[in-house]
Write a protein of this length. Structure first.
Length: 253
């Protein structure tokens, strides 16, 4: 199921086909079972309007949820870049050997984080780098237990914590149950629309499925960290990586 909601194009296809089938099913019921009489049309129009309004509210609420999660992922990417850049500068407070080691590991680590956002990172490599980074600052702090060394330990703790916050934000998605309920409401909305007596051609039944499916596509695209067109670009991490390279070249002309 997560594979489906991770791909906005699958979401669009599934919702579009389902809604079209519902609309034509409602039209089939009207033509074969019992059409609406004049006394029922007004009440039916009220029910249809209320149902479509509810569908619109749910789509708007889901869109707001997706946007808030997208903004959260962007904020954590910025926080992660700031933590890594700050720790790279604080490495100057360590002894020369420890500072060189920490800077080199941070350069590798930021490249792994960039790869994570671009879909090519390896969790095992990242975990190994995190362990080595912590060991490097812990060893330096133990050898010289000073308040200055404690700053580097605190900074490394921020680096590791920011990765955890980022991962949690990427796991924070619109629940599968919410997608199912949205699909169910959309299904019955289109069925009611198809059941209503029309004066236009049957092609008019495609309008709501197309519009609603585009809305569902946009929600799924924003909500999916990697599967869609709209993604969080690690521009802050890339900027930090370029800063590290520039600093390294300055230290080793």
């Amino acid at each position: 199921m997560h594979t489906i909601i991770d791909n906005p194009f699958i979401i669009f296809s599934v919702f579009f086909v389902t809604q079209v089938c519902a609309a034509y099913l409602g039209d089939l019921f009207r033509r074969t079972l019992r059409p609406l009489d004049s006394d029922e049309r007004e009440d039916f129009s009220t029910v249809l309007t209320a149902t479509l309004t509810l569908l619109g509210l749910i789509i708007g609420f889901s869109f707001s949820m997706a946007v808030s999660r997208y903004d959260q992922r962007k904020s954590y990417e910025e926080a992660e870049a700031n933590a890594i850049g700050t720790e790279f500068v604080r490495a100057d407070l360590l002894p020369a050997e420890g500072a060189t080691r920490v800077r080199e590991l941070l350069k590798q680590y930021v490249n792994q984080r960039i790869a994570f956002y671009l879909g090519g990172g390896e969790a095992s490599v990242e975990a190994k780098l995190q362990s080595e980074l912590w060991s490097a600052v812990a060893h330096a702090a133990k050898s010289q237990p000073t308040p200055v060394a404690a700053l580097t330990v605190s900074g490394m703790n921020d680096v590791l914590n920011s990765q955890g916050y980022t991962q949690a934000a990427w796991w924070n998605r619109i629940p599968v149950a919410a997608w199912g309920l949205m699909g169910l409401i959309a299904f019955f909305s289109n069925m009611l629309l198809g059941y209503r007596e029309r004066r236009t051609s049957r092609l008019g039944l495609l309008i709501l499925p197309v519009i609603a499916s585009i809305a569902f596509f946009l929600i799924a695209d924003i909500d999916s960290p990697r599967g869609g067109v709209i993604q969080v670009t690690p521009q802050n991490l890339i900027s930090v990586s370029q800063f590290m390279k520039a600093q390294q070249q300055g230290l080793n002309p």
